[in-house]
Design a protein around this ligand. Structure first.
Ligand SMILES: *[C@@H]1O[C@H](CO)[C@@H](O)[C@H](O)[C@H]1NC(C)=O
Ligand SMILES: *[C@@H]1O[C@H](CO)[C@@H](O)[C@H](O)[C@H]1NC(C)=O
Length: 501
């Protein structure tokens, strides 16, 4: 009997050896599912995973400037996650998984939350942002903070520069634009400097850097994820979402961060009706394109280069082959230019109100208002590169006087532009989604509070990545995930970065 058992063990060992099983975990490009499998089969600990990403950050951040701060508590959190797992207390896909947060997402720990600006360095938050609190409850490890475009359009920073983070670079082609404002999140995900990351979007700030860095970005319906504790631009459009290497990873993160938050009550209550029973994982379907009606608005594809256009045409053929009805040559009655000017006017007023509210809620801060930020920049022109990026738009915002008659009219106009534009077309054509290159649909999605998902679509002649966006109406996340996942599985475009000059 004992001899038989011994023989069986020997046979298994021989099989393992023959299969070349080394028991070692492959850290590069690790997915959340692989990580959980590694935890279960004993080839991986959360501590080992954190050490891997800290090492990646140490090696690559001097080049890429994607990370502003690493969490001195990350290894301790990982050890706690490992201990919980040994006691059988680990639940959920993100347990023990290291997450990098864009630096405008507050954490009440050793990490600073500064939106990349020296003006906010030393500010102390009262509590975790709503999404950060959810990640902690899910057992995720907070790895650190990702760099971003400092104050984005308000300082004409579009390319991922911030005073604290420096110039974030694209890991595929170092000389090319990583896009913003969630540049650090996109770059860190692309270059394996974190397992998963969070970004935020007001208009294009998740979709664009996801596209330019060949990662999957989900900009959720506004209010699906809490904005409490996030350095704001406007509550009318701000949204927090995942930026990850795969659709599946992004959906795991989405599942963890959606839901009601009493500190962002109105928006999260309204949007929580969209959260499906059982979460979003059920929509990872290989045949998710089957039977979908997908519109292709002309406007988005104007100005796309010839080679890139050929790739998109191939993708449309693939989408058709997988059972979707693709309707080309559609027109949206509202043009992007109509949106941009009106959106900007409303945003100037809303930004002043929201940033002042954020600053007022801090338990300590070196600056207490937008006026204080402007004065700080003026007093630190070199560090804040005032010559290159200016702050005229911060000053324009400062000169606004709250939401009155005129501002309410702008906001009504934006709603109308959305209702008569994207929403009308999608309803008339009974579309499940529109597709667009890169982030070109972001204006339409922004003003309606609508969701979008970017998936890697290709690389241009120089090796610079570009994505494809599936956009829908509020609450369309389930079907967008079906389409994005099916597309990703059918095309398998993403490859790790090459660090070309
Ligand atoms: C455990 O799972 C990982 C996949 O996450 C795999 O790479 C590794 O080889 C597995 N190890 C064992 C001992 O089965
Ligand atoms: C936060 O900022 C302070 C400077 O105000 C710095 O000393 C500290 O190291 C920063 N924290 C982290 C985790 O980097």
């Amino acid at each position: 009997m004992a001899w038989l058992r011994l023989q069986a063990v020997a046979a298994v060992l021989a099989l393992l050896a023959a299969a070349g099983v080394t028991h070692s975990f492959e850290f590069h490009e690790a997915t959340v599912d692989a990580i959980q499998l590694g935890f279960r089969n004993g080839s991986l600990t959360s501590a080992a995973l954190v050490r891997f990403y800290l090492d990646q950050i140490r090696r690559m951040n001097p080049l890429l400037h994607a990370v502003i701060e690493v969490n001195p508590d990350a290894l301790r959190q990982a050890a706690r996650a490992d201990a919980e797992r040994r006691r059988g207390m680990a639940t959920g896909a993100l347990h023990g998984v290291p997450v990098l947060l864009k630096d405008n997402i507050a954490t009440c720990d050793a990490l600073n939350t500064t939106a990349g600006s020296l003006a906010l360095l030393g500010s102390v938050v009262k509590r975790d942002a709503g999404v950060a609190a959810r990640l902690r409850r899910a057992g995720a490890v907070v790895l650190g903070k990702a760099s971003l475009s400092e104050w984005a359009n308000f300082r004409n920073v579009h390319n991922g520069w911030s005073a604290r983070g420096g110039q974030t670079r694209n890991p595929y082609v170092l000389s090319s634009d990583p896009c913003g404002s969630s540049s650090g999140s996109g770059v860190a995900a692309a270059a394996n400097m974190a397992a998963v990351t969070l970004g935020t979007e007001t208009d294009g700030s998740i979709l664009c850097p996801s596209s330019f860095n060949s990662v999957v970005g989900i900009k959720p319906t506004v209010g699906l994820t809490s904005r409490a504790g996030v350095v704001p631009i406007t509550p009318r459009q701000d949204s927090v979402g995942p930026m990850c290497r795969t659709v599946s990873d992004a959906v795991h993160v989405l599942d963890a961060i959606v839901g009601y938050d009493k500190l962002d009550a109105a928006a999260t209550r309204t949007a929580s009706k969209y959260i499906p029973r059982g979460g979003y994982l059920q929509f990872l379907k290989k045949d998710g394109l089957k039977g979908k009606r997908i519109g292709v608005p002309n406007e988005f594809f104007q100005g796309v280069g010839e080679k890139q256009m050929r790739v998109y045409k191939q993708h449309l053929a693939t989408i058709r082959k997988h059972g979707a009805v693709v309707i080309e040559n559609l027109d949206i009655a509202t043009g992007r230019q109509d949106i941009v000017s009106n959106e900007w006017t409303a945003m100037l007023t809303e930004f002043k109100l929201s940033i002042n509210e954020y600053l007022a809620d801090l338990s300590y801060s070196p600056v207490h208002s937008l006026a204080g930020i402007i004065a700080f920049n003026k007093a630190h022109p070199i560090e804040e590169r005032l010559k290159d990026f200016g702050q005229q738009n911060l000053i324009l915002a400062q000169n606004t006087n709250g939401i009155g008659h005129v501002e309410r009219a702008w906001i009504r106009l934006l709603k109308k532009l959305s209702a008569n534009g994207l929403e009308k077309m999608m309803k008339e054509q009974q579309l499940d989604a529109i597709v667009a290159p890169e982030h070109y649909a972001s204006n339409h999605l922004a003003i309606g509070g609508h969701p979008g998902i970017v998936v890697p679509a290709g690389y241009n002649e120089k090796g610079v990545p570009f994505g494809i966006c599936f956009g829908g109406l509020q609450g369309y996340e389930p079907r967008l995930i079906e389409m994005a996942y099916a597309f990703e599985q059918a095309t398998e475009v993403r490859r790790p970065p090459m660090f070309k000059p």
